[in-house]
Design a protein around this ligand. Structure first.
Ligand code: ATP
Ligand code: MG
Length: 396
């Protein structure tokens, strides 16, 4: 084979005794991702993941693109393996990187030798190879301080590898090392970003969406499923729980004071989400809440909505500006879908003057006419579970 990927492990290198477990998880995740693109051998040595295409028909470009969204990898490069001698290394560079080198005005060679048996040390490798390249490419100057292009040589245990500059990986921790959490996924900009951020910390994601047909349309549901699909590019496959929320919203409208509508509704969401979470082995909830963004996102409002659950509620966006959130939303490819105009159930029956400083006592009083537990039981019993994976057809 004449091209493989080398991916450098991120924070997991630091994890001491758990390192082996982290590496195994990462290897498993990479293997699973690569399956879609053909036959690849995946192994880890010296804090590096090797991804080796094993058949002619493998979709190497597709696999390369997919490797950029695997958590636990800080940087990655495509490279050419070759024999461990200077001639072979030089020839591999000429063949594999010669054209890139010719496009630059200046270059240097940077070498790393983890096989200490190799007769030249890293400085000597760089000097020897750099000298030969300079002679063969007289229009490209050697510049060891600020080169436009860097040729990398790595002499490792099994072979030598040559490559150009590495690209940034997805960072974070391998999916699955941090347990599982349930994200309350709306059709907005924030919650898909929140799901992505917690997934990045090694957490498997499951989602719940509250759906108020006919107040919100089938399109709104497809939009949420599409957002979930986009998140799976990073998080891996997930289940989306669709909770029919219409009856609960109508009961709130008919039986509760208007200024508390949103807060009561959100307390139902949290409690139902927690029931589903516990059922599926999720140890936390995730929301896209952001301090001060809307009336239901004050500290007091968060106190009354958080009071109905006893597992942690992760709000990774709580201190971010909208602009920062939008940047991530664009980066993960969710933004264009998030801004499609379909209604969310939160915008149905919104109070004209929502309470911004509610107390728990007020909420209990405002909910007094509702049989909350029976309503929650029913919602949980009638949940629709949809499996979503990245290679599904786009939903909208
Ligand atoms: P988003 O952009 O994620 O919709 P938002 O700024 O619109 O957030 P809210 O509508 O107040 O904020 O919702 C706050 C959080 O509550 C959302 O980020 C999401 O986690 C959750 N949420 C809101 N509506 C729904 C829904 N219909 N289904 C599931 N979760 C929801
Ligand atoms: Mg919203």
């Amino acid at each position: 084979m004449n091209e493989i990927f080398l991916m450098k492990l991120g924070e997991i290198v630091l994890k001491g005794a758990n390192k082996r477990q982290f590496e195994n998880k990462l290897r498993q995740n990479v293997r699973r991702r690569m399956k879609h693109y053909g036959n690849f051998d995946v192994y880890i040595m010296q804090s590096t993941v090797y991804v080796v295409p094993e058949d002619e028909n493998a979709d190497v470009d597709g696999a390369w693109e997919a490797c950029h969204s695997i958590f636990g990898v800080v940087s990655l490069c495509r490279c050419r393996p070759c024999e461990k001698n200077v001639d072979a290394i030089y020839n591999a560079i000429e063949e594999y990187l010669g054209e890139d080198l010719d496009c630059a005005r200046s270059f240097k060679v940077e070498s790393k030798r983890s096989d200490k048996q190799f007769p030249l040390n890293s400085i000597q490798i760089s000097q020897e190879i750099g000298g030969r390249l300079a002679e063969a490419h007289p229009s490209v100057k050697v510049d060891v301080r600020k080169p436009e292009y860097t040729v990398y040589v790595e002499v490792r245990d099994l072979a030598a590898y040559v490559h150009g500059p590495a690209e940034p990986g997805a960072g974070g921790l391998p999916t699955g090392v941090g347990g599982r959490a349930m994200c309350l996924l709306s059709g907005g900009i924030d919650s898909p970003v929140a799901a992505y951020m917690i997934a990045k910390r090694g957490v498997e994601i499951e989602c719940v969406h509250f759906f108020s047909y006919p107040y919100t349309s089938q399109l709104a549901k497809d939009k949420v499923l599409e957002l979930a699909r986009l998140v799976t590019k990073y998080s891996g496959r997930m289940t989306v729980n669709i909770v029919s929320f219409t009856e609960i919203q109508e009961a709130i409208r008919d039986n509760c004071p208007e200024e508390y509508f949103t807060l009561i509704m959100r307390r139902f969401m949290m409690e139902i989400a927690q029931r589903l979470a516990k059922h599926d082995g999720c140890g936390a909830l995730i929301t896209g809440e952001n301090l001060g963004q809307v009336a239901s996102q004050t500290m007091e409002a968060m106190t009354v909505t958080g009071a109905v659950v006893d597992i942690p509620v992760f709000m990774p966006l709580v201190g971010m500006d909208k602009e920062e959130i939008v940047t991530i939303s664009r980066k993960i490819g969710a933004f264009e879908t998030s801004i499609l105009p379909y209604e969310d159930c939160c915008t149905v029956f919104t109070p004209k003057h929502p309470k911004t400083k509610p107390t728990i006592g007020q909420l209990i009083h405002a909910e007094a006419k509702l049989d909350r537990q029976a309503m929650i039981d029913k919602a949980v019993e009638t949940v629709e579970r949809i499996q979503v994976k990245y290679h599904d057809e786009p939903r909208i």
